[in-house]
Every structure is written in C-alpha cells, then in structure tokens.
Design a protein around this ligand. Structure first.
Ligand SMILES: Nc1ncnc2c1ncn2[C@@H]1O[C@H](COP(=O)(O)OP(=O)(O)OP(=O)(O)O)[C@@H](O)[C@H]1O
Length: 238
C-alpha cells in the first residue's frame, strides 16, 4: 500500500491537546508546553531541535514511557490520560515500536532471535513470532543475514535489525530517537532508505534528530525550542 493511500485514513494515530510536562525542581522545568497537534496514519514526522529543547520529553510521552503533567493524549483511538501503569505498558507493547540511537540488540542472539523475542514478549506463539520476525527482517532487506550475531554486522545492518524488531509487531507508531546518530554517512543513508521504504508501506513514523538535513525527510516537519513545538510549512504547501 502506498503512502498516499494510507495517509489520513481513520482516526489520528496521535492526538495531543494542550499537553505539558513540567519536571519538579527548584525551579521547575517546563520541558513541554501546550503541545497541540495530530499525527495521521502514514505520516513521517521529523522533530528537530537543540539539546534541551524537549524532544526526548515529547518522545517519552508519545511512547507511553512518561505521563503529561496536564492535557490530553489519544493514541490510536485510546485516550491514555486515565490509564493505570499496567494498562499503559500493555498498550505500549501493542501500539509502539522504538528505535534508539544505540541499537540495543542482545549481543549473544542472532538477528532473527532479537526480532522474534520482541514479539514473543507481546504474547505471540513461538511459531508466530518467528514468522513475523522473518517477514520483518525481509522488509528491511536482511533476510539473508538473519542468523548472524550483531557483532558480525555493520552498524547500519544492526540498526536495520532494530527497525525490524520495532515493526515486527505492526505497531501503530514507530518512534525513532536519533536513529543515524551512531552511524557513518553510508550506513546512515541505508537506515534512512529503510525508514522511507517502511513509511511508503504505511508505517507511521516520528523521528527526532539534531541533524537538520535528516530533519528534511518525511511529509511533516516540526521544530522544538524551549519546550514549545511548532510545525514548519512543508515545501510546496502540502
Ligand atoms: N528527569 C528530568 N528532571 C528534570 N529536568 C529534566 C528531566 N529530563 C529532562 N529535563 C530537562 O527538560 C528539558 C528538556 O529535556 P529533553 O531531554 O526533553 O531535551 P532534548 O531536546 O531531548 O535534548 P537532547 O537533544 O540533549 O536529548 C531540559 O531543560 C532538561 O534539562
């Protein structure tokens, strides 16, 4: 399915209304202030901003790792505002995939095992998790390398395994935190190509970065500054 066919279908994947996050302290830190925006199915959203502007704070809220101090957050049709910790954990497992700067693969497990274990934890049967993992590795172009250990792979391949792990459970939202931050240009480009291809098949992605060039990919571009987020007009006015 192409991006154009999926964009905008159904309820938003993310709906934030006046979301704030203030860290306690003296003085308190208003790390996220009055964020109101939606992310539609099939969007590839980039968020750029300096260190300390609030990007991780926002990503933690979107990924249900942290709660807003105030405001409303609806994730794929679920209002998460009043959920208990265990309900949030379970929703996170169903709805969110994470890709981190540092890959975070299990060193003594093959690529296939790294991906399969993630869906096994979600409650899939062993056969189901294996078949999902094989499909996810094929989707990132690593079907031939599924029995390799991470140590035998390039940084770009490791990150593609991490992407396969994050998408194997078909999450509503893929959150990427500086996904090319530890990679050289060549490996970084391979990871970007992989993310663009997954987005073209319908995966909704939010990517945070310091890198102003990387921030130009995708169809929607946000900038954070001192806890405030604003959407930048896309070239061509789309
Ligand atoms: N647990 C915390 N307690 C208190 N203040 C915090 C906490 N986490 C972050 N902050 C502060 O909140 C603000 C936003 O931080 P955040 O980590 O979200 O920024 P960022 O844009 O992700 O930065 P970086 O690019 O360096 O990761 C900063 O002023 C930071 O010092």
């Amino acid at each position: 399915m192409s991006h154009d066919e999926t964009a905008g279908d159904g309820p938003p994947v993310v709906g934030l209304e006046h979301v704030t996050r203030t860290y306690r302290g003296n003085p308190p830190v208003a790390a996220l202030q009055d964020a109101t925006f939606s992310i539609r199915r099939g969007d590839l959203v980039t968020i750029v901003g300096r260190s300390g502007s609030g990007k991780s704070t926002l990503l933690n809220i979107l990924g249900l790792l942290d709660r807003p101090s105030s405001g409303r957050f609806v994730l794929d049709g679920h209002d998460v505002t009043g959920l208990s910790q265990s309900q949030r954990t379970s929703l996170r497992g169903m709805k969110v995939g994470f890709v981190h700067q540092s890959f975070q693969l299990l060193a003594h497990r093959s690529a296939l095992e790294n991906v399969a274990l993630a869906t096994l934890y979600r409650g899939d049967s062993s056969a189901r998790s294996r078949s999902r993992a094989t499909a996810a590795l094929a989707a990132v172009g690593l079907e031939a390398r599924q029995d390799q250990l991470p140590s035998a792979m390039s940084g770009g391949e490791r990150q593609r395994v991490a992407i396969a792990r994050a998408i194997a459970g078909e999450p509503a939202l893929l959150l990427c935190d500086e996904p090319t931050g530890n990679l050289d240009t060549h490996n970084g480009a391979a990871v970007v190509e992989t993310l663009l291809a997954r987005n073209a098949s319908g995966v909704t992605i939010v990517l945070i970065t310091h890198d102003r060039e990387l921030a130009l990919i995708g169809n929607r571009h946000f900038e954070m500054s001192d806890g405030r987020i604003r959407e930048k007009p896309s070239p061509g006015g789309a």
